[in-house]
Ligand binder design. Sequence first.
Ligand SMILES: Nc1ncnc2c1ncn2[C@@H]1O[C@H](COP(=O)(O)OP(=O)(O)OP(=O)(O)O)[C@@H](O)[C@H]1O
Ligand SMILES: [Mg+2]
Length: 328
Amino acid sequence: MTNETILEVKNIQTHFFTDEGVVKAVNDVSFVLRKGEVMGIVGESGSGKSVTNLSIMNLVQSPPGKIVGGEILFHGENILKMDKKQIRAIRGGKIAMIFQDPMTSLNPFLKISTQMIETIQLHQGLSKKDALKKAIEMLTLAGIPAVESRINCYPHQFSGGMCQRVMIAMGLSCNPEILIADEPTSALDVTIQAQILDLIKDLTARFGTAVILITHSLGVVAGMCDTIYVMYAGKVVERGNTADIFESPKHPYTRGLIESVPRLDKKSRDRLFSIPGQPPNVIDLPPCCPFFPRCTEMKEKCKSAYPPETDFGAGHIITCWNYVEANT
Ligand SMILES: Nc1ncnc2c1ncn2[C@@H]1O[C@H](COP(=O)(O)OP(=O)(O)OP(=O)(O)O)[C@@H](O)[C@H]1O
Ligand SMILES: [Mg+2]
């Protein structure tokens, strides 16, 4: 990781205007991504992880969604102000995305070779022959066996893990500066999950690609990320480098997430911890800490206002009233 900032997300707010009310899916999220950095965004279902990343690509479904505030600066230029042509060059080219279920991104009617060649030609302007060469090279790096004979298969002829390898190869074939991986392994079984994460880690390190890895589980980000952002109800509640988050987690929610990770050194008869209660409905959220109903350290103050940030140094920042009061 270097100190060069490539992406700066500033106070993004993305809301969905539904019949039931305004869903504040992303509520003032900011972060900085540096060249080669591997960042993890972690949180329970509905915390706003995917919408944050769709906002980065200006891909939020509208209506009902709308980015109502903030800026997404890619090399200092606001993606939200770009015209269609500029943004098309970025999506899939400079910023690539891979999703949980590769079958939703691969076209079932086209051979793998056709899909890869089209993507590479679109973003890199190579001849068909060179694009095919590049596709074979990338699929080989991604661990697809016997690429020359398998490249002309259709996606359904590949297993889930192999399709995810194809997506990674396709995503990285245009030398993106950022790879956004949204739950890239949650549809796969555990052994394949580990292989796919290793593959993402190895290939992105080799090319110096920055990664935003989105996942439910802190277990997934532990061995992989430089920095971790913990999201709850559309906000980042704790952020820091991976060592600080694991060695001295501060927010009661982060601690709950860490305790929910299965560990080999714990007796198997101990029941796995899960945070009691449900994530909140993000419609009409009260202007206080949204975690208070589930928090074991809740105080009166937590019910009345949203806590300000407390800075523990080295980029370790928490929003929780417990620390505000301890520091004043
Ligand atoms: N098209 C939409 N219309 C209305 N609400 C939406 C829409 N898309 C997302 N939301 C809401 O925005 C909130 C954040 O959703 P998001 O998909 O970002 O969650 P997530 O953290 O990625 O969850 P998961 O782990 O389940 O993927 C949720 O409350 C969700 O219901
Ligand atoms: Mg999601």
